[in-house]
Design a binder for this molecule. Structure first.
Ligand code: CAA
Length: 281
Protein backbone atom coordinates (compact mmCIF):
# COMPACT_ATOMS: atom_id res chain seq x y z
CA UNK A 1 0.00 0.00 0.00
CA UNK A 2 1.62 3.24 -1.14
CA UNK A 3 0.96 6.13 1.23
CA UNK A 4 4.14 8.14 1.43
CA UNK A 5 5.60 9.70 -1.69
CA UNK A 6 9.06 11.20 -1.93
CA UNK A 7 9.56 13.77 -4.70
CA UNK A 8 13.12 14.80 -5.56
CA UNK A 9 13.62 18.15 -7.24
CA UNK A 10 11.36 21.13 -6.58
CA UNK A 11 11.42 22.68 -10.07
CA UNK A 12 8.37 23.02 -12.30
CA UNK A 13 7.92 19.25 -12.76
CA UNK A 14 8.68 18.25 -9.16
CA UNK A 15 6.25 20.89 -7.87
CA UNK A 16 3.53 19.66 -10.19
CA UNK A 17 4.12 16.03 -9.18
CA UNK A 18 3.99 16.92 -5.46
CA UNK A 19 0.79 18.89 -6.15
CA UNK A 20 -1.11 16.05 -7.83
CA UNK A 21 -0.08 13.35 -5.32
CA UNK A 22 -0.92 15.54 -2.30
CA UNK A 23 -4.27 16.52 -3.85
CA UNK A 24 -5.18 12.83 -4.06
CA UNK A 25 -4.43 12.26 -0.38
CA UNK A 26 -0.82 11.03 -0.38
CA UNK A 27 1.69 12.32 2.17
CA UNK A 28 4.44 14.00 0.15
CA UNK A 29 8.01 14.81 1.14
CA UNK A 30 9.45 17.25 -1.38
CA UNK A 31 13.27 17.29 -1.44
CA UNK A 32 15.61 19.82 -3.00
CA UNK A 33 19.13 21.02 -2.22
CA UNK A 34 18.09 24.68 -2.34
CA UNK A 35 15.82 26.26 0.30
CA UNK A 36 14.65 29.12 -1.99
CA UNK A 37 13.59 26.54 -4.61
CA UNK A 38 11.48 24.72 -2.00
CA UNK A 39 9.83 28.00 -0.98
CA UNK A 40 9.16 28.89 -4.60
CA UNK A 41 7.66 25.43 -5.18
CA UNK A 42 5.23 25.77 -2.25
CA UNK A 43 4.25 29.20 -3.58
CA UNK A 44 3.49 27.93 -7.06
CA UNK A 45 1.66 24.84 -5.78
CA UNK A 46 -0.50 27.16 -3.64
CA UNK A 47 -1.22 29.40 -6.63
CA UNK A 48 -2.10 26.50 -8.92
CA UNK A 49 -4.39 24.98 -6.26
CA UNK A 50 -6.11 28.37 -5.89
CA UNK A 51 -6.54 28.45 -9.65
CA UNK A 52 -8.28 25.06 -9.48
CA UNK A 53 -10.41 26.22 -6.53
CA UNK A 54 -11.51 29.39 -8.37
CA UNK A 55 -12.76 27.23 -11.23
CA UNK A 56 -14.70 25.10 -8.75
CA UNK A 57 -12.64 21.99 -9.57
CA UNK A 58 -11.65 21.67 -5.89
CA UNK A 59 -12.80 23.28 -2.62
CA UNK A 60 -10.93 25.79 -0.44
CA UNK A 61 -10.74 23.01 2.16
CA UNK A 62 -8.89 20.82 -0.32
CA UNK A 63 -6.42 23.63 -1.02
CA UNK A 64 -5.49 23.81 2.68
CA UNK A 65 -5.46 20.02 3.18
CA UNK A 66 -3.30 19.48 0.10
CA UNK A 67 -0.72 22.02 1.27
CA UNK A 68 -0.70 20.40 4.72
CA UNK A 69 0.17 17.04 3.19
CA UNK A 70 3.37 18.43 1.62
CA UNK A 71 6.48 18.71 3.76
CA UNK A 72 9.73 20.06 2.33
CA UNK A 73 13.24 18.99 3.19
CA UNK A 74 16.89 19.50 2.24
CA UNK A 75 17.86 16.31 4.13
CA UNK A 76 18.14 13.18 2.04
CA UNK A 77 17.42 10.83 5.00
CA UNK A 78 13.99 12.48 5.38
CA UNK A 79 13.00 10.38 2.34
CA UNK A 80 13.79 7.13 4.17
CA UNK A 81 10.19 6.12 4.95
CA UNK A 82 8.85 6.82 1.45
CA UNK A 83 6.96 3.93 -0.17
CA UNK A 84 7.42 5.35 -3.65
CA UNK A 85 9.85 8.03 -4.84
CA UNK A 86 9.63 10.12 -7.99
CA UNK A 87 12.85 11.81 -9.06
CA UNK A 88 12.43 15.03 -11.06
CA UNK A 89 15.84 16.72 -10.90
CA UNK A 90 17.63 18.37 -13.84
CA UNK A 91 17.91 16.22 -16.98
CA UNK A 92 21.55 15.28 -16.33
CA UNK A 93 22.52 11.62 -16.45
CA UNK A 94 25.43 11.79 -13.96
CA UNK A 95 23.25 13.64 -11.44
CA UNK A 96 20.41 11.14 -11.79
CA UNK A 97 22.78 8.19 -11.34
CA UNK A 98 24.17 9.76 -8.17
CA UNK A 99 20.69 10.47 -6.80
CA UNK A 100 19.46 6.92 -7.48
CA UNK A 101 22.53 5.43 -5.85
CA UNK A 102 21.95 7.59 -2.74
CA UNK A 103 18.21 6.85 -2.75
CA UNK A 104 18.91 3.13 -2.93
CA UNK A 105 21.02 3.29 0.22
CA UNK A 106 18.53 5.41 2.20
CA UNK A 107 15.01 4.28 1.24
CA UNK A 108 13.44 1.10 2.63
CA UNK A 109 14.24 -2.01 0.54
CA UNK A 110 10.72 -2.63 -0.77
CA UNK A 111 10.17 0.96 -1.96
CA UNK A 112 9.85 1.70 -5.68
CA UNK A 113 12.08 4.32 -7.29
CA UNK A 114 10.62 6.14 -10.30
CA UNK A 115 12.20 8.73 -12.55
CA UNK A 116 10.38 11.53 -14.35
CA UNK A 117 13.18 11.60 -16.94
CA UNK A 118 12.01 12.68 -20.37
CA UNK A 119 14.75 10.83 -22.21
CA UNK A 120 17.50 9.20 -20.13
CA UNK A 121 17.36 5.36 -20.33
CA UNK A 122 15.55 3.89 -17.30
CA UNK A 123 17.72 0.76 -17.48
CA UNK A 124 20.83 2.94 -17.09
CA UNK A 125 19.32 4.81 -14.13
CA UNK A 126 18.31 1.49 -12.53
CA UNK A 127 21.88 0.21 -12.85
CA UNK A 128 22.94 2.76 -10.19
CA UNK A 129 20.82 0.84 -7.64
CA UNK A 130 20.76 -2.65 -6.18
CA UNK A 131 17.03 -2.96 -6.95
CA UNK A 132 16.77 -3.00 -10.75
CA UNK A 133 13.33 -4.66 -10.67
CA UNK A 134 11.93 -1.78 -8.56
CA UNK A 135 12.96 1.08 -10.84
CA UNK A 136 10.55 2.50 -13.42
CA UNK A 137 10.00 5.59 -15.57
CA UNK A 138 7.05 7.81 -14.67
CA UNK A 139 7.10 10.71 -17.10
CA UNK A 140 4.55 13.42 -16.32
CA UNK A 141 3.68 16.14 -18.83
CA UNK A 142 3.90 19.87 -18.19
CA UNK A 143 1.78 21.45 -16.67
CA UNK A 144 1.34 18.37 -14.48
CA UNK A 145 -1.99 19.34 -12.83
CA UNK A 146 -3.58 19.89 -16.27
CA UNK A 147 -2.13 17.19 -18.51
CA UNK A 148 -3.87 13.81 -18.38
CA UNK A 149 -1.02 11.61 -19.57
CA UNK A 150 1.63 9.79 -17.58
CA UNK A 151 4.04 7.94 -19.82
CA UNK A 152 5.28 4.86 -17.95
CA UNK A 153 8.53 3.28 -19.06
CA UNK A 154 9.59 -0.23 -18.14
CA UNK A 155 13.34 -0.68 -17.86
CA UNK A 156 14.87 -3.94 -19.03
CA UNK A 157 14.55 -5.47 -15.54
CA UNK A 158 11.42 -3.67 -14.21
CA UNK A 159 9.19 -6.29 -12.57
CA UNK A 160 5.49 -6.87 -13.22
CA UNK A 161 4.81 -6.03 -9.55
CA UNK A 162 6.54 -2.63 -9.89
CA UNK A 163 4.56 -1.89 -13.04
CA UNK A 164 1.30 -2.92 -11.34
CA UNK A 165 1.88 -0.54 -8.39
CA UNK A 166 2.75 2.30 -10.77
CA UNK A 167 -0.32 1.65 -12.91
CA UNK A 168 -2.50 1.78 -9.81
CA UNK A 169 -0.94 5.10 -8.75
CA UNK A 170 -1.58 6.63 -12.17
CA UNK A 171 -5.23 5.61 -11.85
CA UNK A 172 -5.43 7.09 -8.33
CA UNK A 173 -4.15 10.38 -9.76
CA UNK A 174 -7.05 10.25 -12.28
CA UNK A 175 -4.54 10.20 -15.10
CA UNK A 176 -4.14 7.98 -18.15
CA UNK A 177 -1.15 5.77 -18.81
CA UNK A 178 0.76 5.13 -22.02
CA UNK A 179 3.27 2.29 -21.67
CA UNK A 180 6.60 2.57 -23.44
CA UNK A 181 9.60 0.31 -23.69
CA UNK A 182 12.97 1.81 -22.82
CA UNK A 183 14.24 3.28 -26.11
CA UNK A 184 15.44 6.85 -26.75
CA UNK A 185 12.73 9.47 -26.28
CA UNK A 186 10.16 6.81 -25.29
CA UNK A 187 6.85 7.62 -27.08
CA UNK A 188 6.04 11.29 -26.54
CA UNK A 189 9.42 12.88 -27.12
CA UNK A 190 10.28 10.43 -29.93
CA UNK A 191 7.41 11.98 -31.89
CA UNK A 192 7.17 15.49 -30.40
CA UNK A 193 10.82 16.64 -30.48
CA UNK A 194 11.38 15.91 -34.21
CA UNK A 195 8.21 17.93 -34.90
CA UNK A 196 9.48 20.90 -32.85
CA UNK A 197 12.96 20.58 -34.42
CA UNK A 198 11.37 20.56 -37.90
CA UNK A 199 9.45 23.75 -37.07
CA UNK A 200 12.79 25.33 -36.06
CA UNK A 201 14.36 24.14 -39.34
CA UNK A 202 11.43 25.75 -41.22
CA UNK A 203 12.23 29.06 -39.47
CA UNK A 204 16.00 28.62 -40.03
CA UNK A 205 15.51 27.97 -43.75
CA UNK A 206 13.22 30.99 -44.14
CA UNK A 207 10.15 28.96 -45.06
CA UNK A 208 7.97 31.23 -42.91
CA UNK A 209 7.99 33.58 -39.92
CA UNK A 210 7.75 32.21 -36.38
CA UNK A 211 4.22 33.62 -36.13
CA UNK A 212 3.10 31.94 -39.37
CA UNK A 213 4.68 28.59 -38.48
CA UNK A 214 2.81 28.61 -35.17
CA UNK A 215 -0.45 29.89 -36.66
CA UNK A 216 -0.24 27.21 -39.35
CA UNK A 217 0.22 24.35 -36.91
CA UNK A 218 -2.07 25.68 -34.17
CA UNK A 219 -5.06 26.41 -36.40
CA UNK A 220 -4.25 23.88 -39.10
CA UNK A 221 -3.81 20.86 -36.84
CA UNK A 222 -5.77 21.95 -33.74
CA UNK A 223 -2.82 22.02 -31.35
CA UNK A 224 -3.27 24.16 -28.21
CA UNK A 225 0.10 25.87 -28.83
CA UNK A 226 2.12 26.25 -32.00
CA UNK A 227 5.39 24.26 -32.07
CA UNK A 228 7.70 27.26 -31.47
CA UNK A 229 5.55 28.45 -28.55
CA UNK A 230 5.58 24.91 -27.17
CA UNK A 231 9.38 24.72 -27.55
CA UNK A 232 9.65 28.01 -25.60
CA UNK A 233 7.27 26.56 -22.98
CA UNK A 234 9.29 23.34 -22.54
CA UNK A 235 12.61 25.27 -22.54
CA UNK A 236 14.96 25.34 -25.52
CA UNK A 237 17.79 23.80 -23.47
CA UNK A 238 15.52 20.85 -22.66
CA UNK A 239 14.39 20.52 -26.29
CA UNK A 240 18.06 20.49 -27.37
CA UNK A 241 19.03 17.96 -24.68
CA UNK A 242 16.26 15.58 -25.79
CA UNK A 243 17.10 16.10 -29.48
CA UNK A 244 20.69 15.11 -28.66
CA UNK A 245 19.50 11.99 -26.82
CA UNK A 246 17.56 10.93 -29.95
CA UNK A 247 20.51 11.78 -32.23
CA UNK A 248 23.06 9.95 -30.06
CA UNK A 249 20.74 7.06 -29.26
CA UNK A 250 19.75 6.21 -32.85
CA UNK A 251 22.88 7.54 -34.63
CA UNK A 252 20.51 8.66 -37.37
CA UNK A 253 20.99 12.11 -39.02
CA UNK A 254 17.23 12.61 -39.23
CA UNK A 255 17.35 13.54 -35.53
CA UNK A 256 20.12 16.17 -35.81
CA UNK A 257 19.27 19.30 -33.82
CA UNK A 258 18.75 22.42 -35.94
CA UNK A 259 21.80 24.76 -35.78
CA UNK A 260 19.45 27.65 -34.92
CA UNK A 261 18.30 25.77 -31.80
CA UNK A 262 21.93 25.20 -30.77
CA UNK A 263 22.77 28.87 -31.34
CA UNK A 264 19.79 30.11 -29.33
CA UNK A 265 20.68 27.88 -26.38
CA UNK A 266 24.29 29.11 -26.55
CA UNK A 267 22.97 32.69 -26.45
CA UNK A 268 20.91 31.92 -23.33
CA UNK A 269 17.60 32.33 -25.19
CA UNK A 270 15.92 29.44 -23.40
CA UNK A 271 12.28 30.33 -23.98
CA UNK A 272 9.71 31.36 -21.43
CA UNK A 273 11.92 30.75 -18.38
CA UNK A 274 14.59 33.20 -19.57
CA UNK A 275 12.06 35.73 -20.91
CA UNK A 276 13.13 35.18 -24.53
CA UNK A 277 13.11 32.36 -27.05
CA UNK A 278 11.33 32.34 -30.40
CA UNK A 279 9.00 34.85 -28.77
CA UNK A 280 9.40 37.37 -25.90
CA UNK A 281 7.71 36.95 -22.51
N1 CAA B 1 -1.89 24.21 -12.61
C1 CAA B 1 -3.23 24.08 -12.59
N2 CAA B 1 -4.03 24.49 -13.61
C2 CAA B 1 -3.45 25.05 -14.69
C3 CAA B 1 -2.03 25.22 -14.78
C4 CAA B 1 -1.26 24.76 -13.68
N3 CAA B 1 0.07 24.86 -13.68
N4 CAA B 1 -1.76 25.79 -15.97
C5 CAA B 1 -2.92 25.97 -16.62
N5 CAA B 1 -3.94 25.53 -15.84
C6 CAA B 1 -5.35 25.45 -16.21
C7 CAA B 1 -6.07 26.77 -16.26
O1 CAA B 1 -6.62 27.12 -15.00
C8 CAA B 1 -7.15 26.51 -17.29
O2 CAA B 1 -8.21 25.75 -16.74
P1 CAA B 1 -9.71 25.81 -17.39
O3 CAA B 1 -9.57 25.58 -18.86
O4 CAA B 1 -10.44 24.69 -16.68
O5 CAA B 1 -10.21 27.17 -17.06
C9 CAA B 1 -6.49 25.59 -18.26
O6 CAA B 1 -5.41 24.98 -17.56
C10 CAA B 1 -6.00 26.34 -19.45
O7 CAA B 1 -5.09 27.32 -19.02
P2 CAA B 1 -5.06 28.82 -19.57
O8 CAA B 1 -6.44 29.30 -19.88
O9 CAA B 1 -4.22 29.63 -18.63
O10 CAA B 1 -4.18 28.78 -20.85
P3 CAA B 1 -4.35 27.94 -22.17
O11 CAA B 1 -5.77 27.72 -22.55
O12 CAA B 1 -3.42 28.60 -23.11
O13 CAA B 1 -3.78 26.49 -21.75
C11 CAA B 1 -2.02 24.96 -21.53
C12 CAA B 1 -2.50 26.37 -21.25
C13 CAA B 1 -2.84 23.97 -20.69
C14 CAA B 1 -0.57 24.91 -21.12
C15 CAA B 1 -2.27 24.66 -23.06
O14 CAA B 1 -1.74 25.68 -23.84
C16 CAA B 1 -1.64 23.35 -23.50
O15 CAA B 1 -2.19 22.29 -23.30
N6 CAA B 1 -0.45 23.45 -24.13
C17 CAA B 1 0.32 22.28 -24.57
C18 CAA B 1 1.02 21.68 -23.40
C19 CAA B 1 1.83 20.50 -23.79
O16 CAA B 1 1.89 20.05 -24.91
N7 CAA B 1 2.51 19.96 -22.77
C20 CAA B 1 3.38 18.83 -22.96
C21 CAA B 1 4.74 19.33 -23.18
S1 CAA B 1 5.83 18.02 -23.53
C22 CAA B 1 6.27 17.46 -22.04
O17 CAA B 1 5.92 17.95 -20.99
C23 CAA B 1 7.17 16.30 -22.11
C24 CAA B 1 8.60 16.59 -22.16
O18 CAA B 1 9.36 15.73 -21.70
C25 CAA B 1 9.21 17.76 -22.79
Amino acid sequence: MVQKIGVLGAGQMGSGIAHVFALKGFEVTLYDIAAPQLEKALGSIGQNLERQAKKGAISQGQVAETLQRISTTRDFPALADSDFCVEAVTENEALKLEIFSRLDSVVQPDAILASNTSSIPITKIASATGRLEQVIGMHFMNPVPVMTLVEVIRGHATSDATFAVTRELVAKLDKELALSQDYPGFIVNRVLIPMLNEAIFALYEGVASAEDIDRGMKLGTNQPMGPLTLADFIGLDTVLAIANVLYDGFKDPKYRPCPLLVKMVNAGYLGRKSGRGFFSY
